[in-house]
Design a binder for this molecule. Structure first.
Ligand code: ATP
Length: 592
């Protein structure tokens, strides 16, 4: 008989504890390398990585645990033999469900006759079952499964089981850190670029981990787009003027309207259509009308296309701003909303087609031609407006037309042989040119909240300003760039108070680099849109530190919240340090 050795969940919990106590990104990577080397199989390493980020399934699968705090409290009470009320009161006191589970399991009154040692596989599979239970009796079954795990748990295991159940593991480990550690654990640092390329077309950390475990670099290099798994979106750089755009692209470009809607990546696999958001979540339920249109107006049975869904006025057909679409986020009554806020789909790319296979390495014009052949346009679907400019003047003309039509500006896309689809990258193959050009900073920034500060006076007991950070993609850390306390309405401050309380930390998160110390730290999760007057040199911020001047970084002057919470962006999608440095250089060029 072959006896399969499995990793104990207790070993994983001990790694979790170590990770929780680290204060630096490098140390965190080293711990992960040790952990990955302990994995016993490709299935096990996938499960370890999902548990590490506290997600049983990646967001594109659309399966969630569905355990409320109340249910977790009930499970702890059952497993330890206490009343719900006792558990609840203790939670009110300590505020961390993990600590509560740990405490009650350590003083449990109830012991199971047969304590079963928890394994990573067993824990993962039980959480998976919890995700899949639905219908009548679902609540009772979910509680039974979770209390079943807790009955067999050590106090340390209980801490992490409860936090995973609550969707709040707080280890500060993100996908990029895992990619680093995987490269080192099974190959070398040199693998990192290929591993990231693979992740960009298959952003499923568990799948990447098991591919690298079983097939090494060769298998990683063979990863390609797959129907059903969303590709990380290609993004645009920005420039200030048509002159610069012309120069940067050598005049070999196409122009497209930049629609102000929601980006959709649409996968069709015969009768199944899946729609993914910019953050790669499965949002098919929000767009039953788009599903219909895709089946009706796009030729082919198996393909991946991308476009922007734009809300339109049902009477006039005029395009409406992005905010209107937010009403689609509701779970109920979607049929009514679909009628009240119809959308038109503006397709701009195709990434896979049954006859051609993967298209991401093909030049843009070839992809666009195929897309033209695939689509039967009508009021609800068409290709993005496009033109091939012959001069800088053409760019201006098309820009004014775009604004007139209610768009944000233009996307200027390189049309040379090199114009592949760069999954997950913000590169110069796409350049955006937006309307708010030259008003204050050319563009807004999307920044991550990493700390909160209390104000004096009217705002009293709730934080009144926030320490904001950019993302340093190369090092996978967050660096501060300003404090922002302007632009919030009272309601928005209340909302921020609620949100930051959920992510509050007593120590600096390992992936945040900061000179300032806020009143309390916040796990990088919340992304806000910020405008500012300009970028200045600052000795107290870590963004761009040492790049422009030796002992100083860059900061935003007069930063202001625009009122837009960028829930469609993960912290790693925030404005990068590199972009701010570029914006600073552009500003110098203009102002001199
Ligand atoms: P923003 O905050 O300006 O929306 P972003 O970070 O979401 O920026 P950008 O790289 O700045 O993304 O701009 C690309 C976005 O513009 C795409 O994600 C897409 O949603 C939208 N878009 C609108 N029209 C087009 C088009 N014709 N081609 C590509 N993207 C388009």
């Amino acid at each position: 008989m072959v006896f399969m050795v499995r990793m104990r969940f207790l070993s994983l919990a001990k790694y979790f504890e170590k990770l929780e106590l680290t204060s630096g990104r490098i140390e965190m990577t080293n711990i992960l390398v040790d952990l990955f080397r302990e994995a016993k199989s490709s299935e096990e390493i996938a499960k370890i990585t999902y548990l590490l980020i506290g997600e049983i399934h990646p967001p594109y699968i659309g399966l969630e645990l569905g355990l409320s705090e109340k249910l977790i409290i009930r499970s702890i009470a059952i497993a330890a033999g206490y009343d719900n009320k006792e558990v609840e009161d203790f939670l009110l006191k300590v505020g961390d469900i993990g600590k509560v589970a740990e405490e009650f399991i350590s003083k449990r009154k109830q012991y199971s006759l047969y304590i079963e040692e928890l394994t990573v596989e067993g824990v993962y599979n039980t959480f998976d079952k919890i995700c899949r239970i639905s219908g009548e009796g679902a609540i009772t079954d979910k509680v039974n499964y979770l209390s079943g795990l807790l009955i067999n748990a050590d106090p340390l295991e209980a801490r992490y089981l409860a936090r995973i159940a609550d969707g709040n593991l707080r280890l500060g480990v993100a996908d990029m850190t895992i990619l680093d550690a995987l490269s080192i654990a099974f190959g070398s640092k040199e693998w990192r670029k290929d591993v990231e390329d693979a992740y960009n077309v298959m952003p499923d950390i568990g799948k990447i981990a098991s591919i690298i475990y079983s097939g090494g670099l060769e298998a990683i290099k063979n990863v390609d787009v797959t129907i059903g798994i969303p590709v990380r979106p290609m993004l645009a750089e920005r420039l200030q003027s048509p002159e610069e755009i012309w120069e940067k692209t050598g005049g070999k470009l196409i122009l497209e309207y930049k629609y102000d809607g929601e980006r959709l990546q649409i996968h069709r696999d015969n009768d199944n259509v899946y729609i993914f958001s910019r953050r790669l979540e499965n949002i098919t339920n929000q767009f039953p009308d788009v599903v219909e249109v895709v089946k009706r107006n796009i030729h082919g049975e198996r393909f991946i296309v991308e476009g922007e869904a734009v809300a339109v006025n049902p009477e006039t057909g005029e395009m409406l701003p992005f905010q209107v679409l937010m009403h689609r986020k509701r779970k109920y009554d979607i049929d009514r909303i679909v009628k009240e806020i119809p959308v038109t789909l503006k397709l701009f790319d195709v990434l896979y087609h049954e006859d051609e296979g993967s298209l991401i390495k093909k030049p843009l014009l070839k992809r666009r031609k195929l897309l033209e052949r695939m689509v039967e346009p009508d009021d609800s679907i068409s290709l993005s407006e496009m033109m091939i400019p012959n001069s800088i003047d053409d760019i201006w003309k098309f820009f004014h037309l775009a604004i007139e039509a209610g768009c944000e500006g233009l996307l200027c896309k390189s049309a040379g042989e090199e114009s592949i689809y760069q999954a997950g990258a913000r590169g110069w193959l796409w350049i955006k040119f937006k309307r708010d050009y030259r008003a204050e900073l050319t563009d807004t920034l999307d920044l991550v909240v990493v700390g909160a500060l209390y104000g004096r006076g009217r705002k009293g007991g709730i934080p009144s300003s926030f320490l904001m950070a950019v993302y340093d993609k190369e090092n996978d850390v967050f660096k501060t760039v300003c404090k922002v306390g302007t632009g919030f309405t009272d309601e928005q401050l209340q909302l921020m108070d609620k949100m930051v309380r959920e992510y509050r930390l007593d120590r600096k998160p390992a992936r945040v680099e900061s000179i300032m110390t806020p009143d309390f730290w916040i796990e990088p999760k919340i992304v806000l849109e910020i405008t500012a007057a300009e970028i200045t040199i600052s000795p107290v911020h870590t963004c761009g530190y040492g790049v422009i001047e030796d002992e100083a970084g860059l900061a935003l002057r007069f930063p202001r919240f625009t009122g837009r919470f960028r829930e469609d962006k993960a912290p790693e999608d925030a404005t990068t340090e590199k972009e701010v440095i570029e914006m600073f250089r552009m500003q110098r060029k203009i102002i001199g």
